[in-house]
Design a protein. Structure first.
Length: 404
């Protein structure tokens, strides 16, 4: 028997039903109810799967992965919920009937086209192609070679965004001994909050514990399906001193970049796994500026930042890491305009965010820092940002691009 086609509308209603179930029933499951739930699952799930089930959310996830729970198939789900909250059984049946009706309608047989009609249509297409080729003959008698009409242009994939979604930006700003960092902060916060309508969460000069709590609270937002659905992307901006082990916090302790990224890995944020998560990092070594380069009179003084030395490339999909400079080399900062990296990144983003995706714009940032004479020291030293990306689609900041 052929597998039924599941239309998108049915999948969305199914996901909404499961999300409502998680939000409203999971907290009601006490230890006694959970034992009954596990007992009912023994005939459907393996001992390994059962051991991994810690709550109703895990149980429904396992049932879906094993094919016992899918759009239009709610028998096993009803058995589970019946021992916890009977009121929800009727709701599941009611929504299930709507979903089944949508699936059945989408799978109704379509009127078949007779072989004679099919041959006539094929003949008309052939004649049309021949007429089109003849009409493209050049004046010198040569015929242009046309691309096959059957060849389809490859559609470029874009990370999606619905009209009611917004981006979330986290900003970690360490100010001690870093003149110019507030110019970076104001530029980032104003552009993303006022121009792009992002929701911006800011921590200024936090301790290591405060950084960990800040990241943990954000990760918890994305572990609630309904809350995670409000955002289409996560951007993290870090401006800090650092050393070879990572970012130096306000209490003199260090948190590694690997640890920061790990809060947002796909295995920890299943409701946010397919969405882009980008990290932009300007990090220097030491507790004060490491040096001043004397420039000619027409340029401001430049403070030297040195980027964190150890960089680990993530294996998760949908991550992008953008560093101010390559490992072992200096990054520069001017007190009145901020860091070279963020100053140019914001200029490029403001100029091109409506028509270009983020990775293309980052190439422009690299080009400007590499070749524009404005961004070099009097000795001729330059700065080259570097990026690593496992993004699987084009990530646009402009809502009209994402909504397509």
């Amino acid at each position: 028997m052929a597998t039924k086609k599941i239309p998108q509308e049915a999948r969305e209603l199914h996901n909404e039903l499961i999300a409502d179930l998680h939000d409203n029933i999971n907290s009601k499951v006490d230890e006694h109810d959970f034992e009954k739930l596990i007992h009912r699952l023994k005939l459907k799930l393996s001992p390994i799967d059962l051991k991994a089930c810690r709550n109703l959310i895990d149980a429904t996830d396992k049932l879906q992965k094993r094919g016992h729970l899918e759009p239009g198939n709610y028998g096993e789900l009803i058995k589970l919920v019946d021992c916890i909250d009977k009121n929800w059984v009727n709701l599941i049946r009611e929504k299930g009937e709507t979903i089944i009706e949508i699936i059945n309608k989408a799978n109704e047989p379509q009127p078949s086209v007779s072989s004679e009609e099919s041959e006539r249509a094929k003949k008309r297409r052939l004649e049309s192609d021949q007429d089109g080729q003849r009409s493209n003959e050049n004046t010198d008698g040569q015929t242009q070679i046309l691309k096959s009409s059957t060849k389809k242009e490859r559609k470029k994939s874009v990370y999606p965004k619905t009209n009611d979604q917004k981006g979330l930006a986290l900003i970690l700003n360490f100010t001690k001994g870093r003149p110019g960092t507030n110019a970076d902060f104001c530029g980032i916060n104003d552009f993303f909050e006022k121009t792009l309508n992002f929701e911006c969460h800011v921590e200024t000069d936090p301790s290591k514990k405060e950084v960990e709590c800040f990241l943990e609270e954000t990760a918890c937002l994305f572990n609630n399906k309904r809350t995670a659905a409000k955002y289409y992307c996560l951007l993290v901006f870090i401006m800090s001193h650092g050393n070879e082990d990572g970012i130096r916090t306000n209490d003199g302790k260090t948190i590694s970049l690997v640890d920061i990224v790990s809060y947002f890995k796909n295995d920890k944020l299943k409701y946010f796994a397919g969405k882009p998560k980008c990290f932009f990092i300007q990090a220097c070594r030491g507790s004060s500026p490491q040096g001043v380069v004397d420039l000619s009179d027409d340029k401001e003084e430049v403070m030297i930042d040195q980027v964190v030395g150890k960089i680990s490339i993530p294996t998760d999909a949908n991550l992008l890491l953008a560093y101010a400079t390559t490992p072992g080399y200096y990054a520069y900062r001017r007190p009145n305009v901020g860091s070279w990296f963020f100053c140019n990144l914001l200029k490029i983003f403001k100029e091109h965010y409506e028509e270009e995706h983020v990775e293309d714009m980052l190439i422009d940032v690299k080009e400007r820092l590499a070749y524009d004479d404005e961004w070099q020291t009097n000795e001729g030293f330059k700065q080259m940002p570097c990026t690593w990306s496992t993004l699987t689609k084009r990530f646009f900041l402009a809502p009209q691009q994402l909504a397509e």
